[in-house]
Ligand binder design. Sequence first.
Ligand SMILES: [Zn+2]
Length: 77
Amino acid sequence: MPIKKYYPGNDYDEVDIFGNNAAFLCPVENCGKVFITNTTRMNDGLKECPKCGKSKVTLQAEGGRGTKIVEATIEWD
Ligand SMILES: [Zn+2]
């Protein structure tokens, strides 16, 4: 399973991280859905691509729920 990590303060083409929010471009071939997630979600910063369900984002927050993102990881099939 490919995996990629992203960090705030970098200028990525396919990911944007802002405070406790992050937007991802799904890397799965023939998907390309843009979706957002944040650290305040009920499931603590976990989200699957709402279109294909084959990629999954995990957010690491600075402190508890709702705090700033320090690392964002996406894995996909
Ligand atoms: Zn997708």
